[in-house]
Write a protein that binds this ligand. Structure first.
Ligand code: SF4
Length: 459
């Protein structure tokens, strides 16, 4: 059997068991269609949408998937899901099916502010509310300002468009040679595999396209083939980043197929997966999923963390399983006003990541997505946070702070400046404590443009 026929058989099986959810006011589908940017309501023209979330593999059904349940989660489960057994709670499909997606569901769990209630009533289209029961158990139920809750329940500010904000600020749509594949840098591509996420972050860079299968963008495993053909034909592509949506929401069989196809392309040296699922739906990191991932090394993973409140026994178990599978783990964090724009919070987050074998990788300035102004800090704030980390803690705990340049300029690192100027043959630098140091560098040009008046520079 060829790879294609294996995939087709798997797709037929998954289509029969697709998980499609809808609810008044806040609707989406766990299934995908074509990722092609098309007219609203044109999903029917594109044919039936194949499932993204699969059913359990026969192996998974036979063997219980043991997973810890932390104290907060256990209390939450007893209070809000009294009929659920621990096995239900630890089943990622149960968690997906029971995501909080409607205003009545939100009101059953949270004490909503007037602002949240009005925003949830008003919202339509992409980026619906979607919160797994597990992730909700980490949130402040009565406090609208609690950090995790702020990032997942909409407020009225989301309907405002601030200066410089756009629906596609990074200009990704202009760099798509085929639907779902962003080819901006010569040697690497961003492969948007699905429009489904386990939870929807209110500041999402792809808020225009996630969580709305019937909207402007559609995602399809059928479209994967066009993207794979493109990658195959472009021998300069050595690095493929799978993103979306969340690639770990794709069922094991399909993910296995996709990774296998990519690994068979000789010039693709390695594959990365960008995901938030180990944080918001850690139960998805089953032994079977890990077995699939392990087959396709070298495979790297970027985990989207926001705040230390996300650390739990469940997340520790998920990251341990991934790290034990030999997958190098990095983190991505968006700097968010009132959520994590605090040096102490960020340090706790970075230290917690290292303890869980996740290397802090990127700290992002919040992209100018339409309706994200209430989350955006100044760029200075990011520099201040990096300055508070560099030299004050383990170097591994310091991420790279970047601004993703609007219009497709790519990630631009913005760092605290430690160059003071020059003193004769020496470059004068300042360290994390503000001390000045001369480094003999007679041929160097760095710092020559600064008239720092450095005659009294320290030795
Ligand atoms: S998990 Fe990622 S893709 Fe999904 S809503 Fe959050 S930021 Fe967007």
């Amino acid at each position: 059997m060829t790879a294609h026929t294996i995939f087709d058989a798997s797709r037929r099986k998954q289509d029969r068991t697709s998980l499609t959810e809808s609810a008044a006011g806040l609707t989406e589908s766990a299934a995908g269609g074509s990722l092609r940017k098309s007219q609203r309501g044109s999903a029917a023209l594109l044919g039936p949408m194949p499932a993204v979330i699969s059913t359990a593999s026969p192996t998974a059904l036979k063997r219980p998937n043991r997973f810890p349940i932390g104290a907060e989660a256990r209390d939450f489960m007893r209070r809000f899901y009294p009929d659920a057994a621990p096995e239900d709670w630890n089943d990622w499909r149960w968690q997906s099916r029971h995501r909080i997606r409607t205003l009545p569901e939100l009101e059953r769990i949270f004490t909503l502010s007037e602002d949240e209630r009005a925003a949830a009533s008003r919202h339509t289209g992409s980026l619906p509310v979607g919160i797994t029961p597990f992730y909700a158990s980490r949130m402040g139920l009565d406090d609208p300002m609690e950090p995790l809750r702020r990032t997942h329940i909409m407020v009225g500010d989301e309907f405002l468009r601030g200066p410089g904000e756009e629906d596609d600020p990074l200009g990704e749509d202009h760099d798509m040679p085929v639907p779902g594949l962003v080819h901006r840098y010569p040697d690497r591509v961003l492969f948007l595999t699905t429009g489904f996420c386990a939870t929807y972050c209110r500041y999402c860079t792809r808020s225009r396209m996630v969580g709305n299968a019937g909207g402007e963008y559609h995602f399809s495993t059928h479209e994967w083939e066009k993207a794979l053909d493109y990658i195959e034909a472009h021998t300069e592509i050595r690095d493929v980043l799978l993103s979306g949506g969340d690639p770990l929401s794709i069922g094991d069989d399909k993910l296995d197929y996709l990774l296998g196809r990519l690994r068979r392309i000789k010039h693709v040296e390695f594959v990365r997966i960008g995901t938030k699922i180990p944080v918001v739906l850690p139960q998805r990191v089953t032994r079977d999923l890990v077995r699939v991932l392990k087959k396709h090394h070298p495979l790297w993973m970027s985990l989207h963390f926001t705040h230390p409140a996300e650390f739990s026994p469940e997340v520790t178990e998920a990251t341990a399983r991934l790290a034990d599978a030999g997958i190098p783990l990095g983190s991505q964090t968006v700097l968010l006003k009132g959520v994590n724009d605090d040096a102490a919070v960020m340090r706790t987050l970075m230290h917690g990541l290292l303890q869980r074998r996740v290397r802090p990788y990127y700290l992002y300035q919040c992209d100018p997505i339409t309706g994200s102004g209430h989350f955006r800090t100044t760029v200075d704030k990011g520099v201040e946070i990096i300055r508070s980390l560099r030299g004050h803690t383990t170097g591994y705990a310091v991420p790279t702070f970047v601004v993703d340049a609007p219009g497709g300029g790519g990630k631009i690192p913005v760092n605290p400046d430690y160059v003071v100027g020059r003193d004769g043959d020496a470059l004068v630098l300042t360290n994390y404590e503000g001390g000045r140091y001369r480094y003999v560098d007679p041929e160097g040009a760095l710092g020559r443009d600064r008239n720092a008046g450095l005659a009294d520079a320290a030795e």
